[in-house]
Design a protein around this ligand. Structure first.
Ligand code: F6P
Length: 342
């Protein structure tokens, strides 16, 4: 059996470890043949494939990014897109099925293709940790570690100047990175998309931390909305999926905090640093395990499903279960952290 592997959507530390896991187990245990698909669904549509052997994946579990390249191409768009054309392209290259490693957008496309008769298996990927079907996604732990390290650094400079520091992290729809990194770094306020707050609420926590002699640290997700805002702050236009490109809410909050509290305030947007570099040990293991189990699923013909983490086990779930509702931060988890605010 010949299988194409693609990575699609935003990159994420651990993608290479998944690819390595699939290829190692697939070739050594099951005698499968693999091709890499360049730049996500773009490579499927254009028939851009290259041989992927044990040699190409050696030493990859520690390497950030993706050796396959990625894009946010929609496989149903363009003259060569659509299930019928893709089926012909795959047939022409004698490819029996695809492993699609990606987030919500990728898995939605995979689901549609699977329903249209293409053999697709999914592996969930998101630093945001926003997919409902998996307890944790690889990349999240690395992003939290990077953000925590950055906030520790912001705190020493904030302490030196007695400034309020506002740190903005990724998290389009959900606040997991902000919640975990903020708790790890001892933030005085954490602002997440699931819990809109007013400037007065934020400033009262900032002032109370400052009154205790602390240099306040405010952590905010890019998708956070102030009470009264209809949608997340965006001034960068749309991405390839027509979603607003987020980032910059911290630059709105910082001057307001300074104006209302009188405390000198600086903002830092961590941005794509959270997605770059080597995966953490946790993410390497999770990504590798997902890859190994994906190889098993290929042999079982588990098309239309994805591998996922439940507790400490790797299980298979239908695409439909992974889509729709997001893995939001439960109110109880936020309230737990909020006991430490101010
Ligand atoms: O979906 C993951 C994510 O990192 C979001 O947190 C963020 O909004 C988005 O990707 C950024 O995407 P891009 O790399 O296309 O700017």
């Amino acid at each position: 059996m010949k299988i194409g592997i693609l990575t699609s959507g935003g990159d994420c530390p651990g993608l290479n470890a998944v690819i390595r896991g699939i290829v190692l187990k697939g070739t050594t245990t099951y005698d499968l043949e693999f091709v890499g698909i360049r730049d996500g669904w773009r490579g499927v549509v254009d028939g851009d494939f290259f041989p992927l052997t044990r040699h190409e994946v050696k030493g990859l579990s520690k390497v950030g990014g993706t050796i396959l390249g990625t894009s946010r191409t929609n496989p149903y768009e363009g003259t060569r897109g659509g299930a019928e054309n893709i089926a012909k392209t795959l047939y022409g290259h004698r490819i029996d099925g695809i492993v699609a490693i990606g987030g919500e957008g990728t898995l939605a496309a995979a689901d549609r293709l699977a329903k249209d008769g293409i053999n697709v298996l999914g592996v969930p990927k998101t630093i945001d940790n926003d997919l409902r079907a998996t307890d944790y996604s690889f990349g999240f732990d690395t992003a939290v570690n990077i953000a925590t390290d950055a906030m520790d650094r912001l705190r020493t400079t904030g302490d030196s100047h007695q400034r309020c520091m506002v740190a903005e992290v990724m998290g389009r729809h959900v606040g997991w990175i902000a919640l975990h990194a903020g708790m790890a770094a001892g933030a005085h306020v954490i602002c997440i998309p699931e819990v809109p707050m007013s400037m007065d609420e934020i400033c009262s926590l900032v002032s109370s931390a400052a009154a205790r002699g602390r240099a306040p640290l405010v952590v905010v997700s890019e998708g956070f909305t102030l009470k009264g805002m209809d949608e997340a702050y965006s001034d960068k236009g749309l991405d390839a999926f027509n979603r607003p490109r987020l980032g910059g809410i911290s630059e709105i909050l910082a001057p307001e905090i300074e104006r209302i509290t009188g405390i000198e305030t600086r903002s830092t947007v961590l941005g794509h640093i959270q997605r770059g570099g080597s995966p953490s040990g946790f993410d390497r293991v999770l990504a590798t395990r997902l890859g190994l189990h994906a190889a098993d699923a290929l042999v079982d013909g588990a098309w239309g499903q994805m591998v996922a983490m439940r507790g400490t086990d790797i299980v298979r779930v239908p695409f439909a279960e992974a889509l729709g509702e997001l893995n939001t931060v439960p109110r109880s988890r936020y309230d737990e952290a909020a006991a430490l605010f101010g």
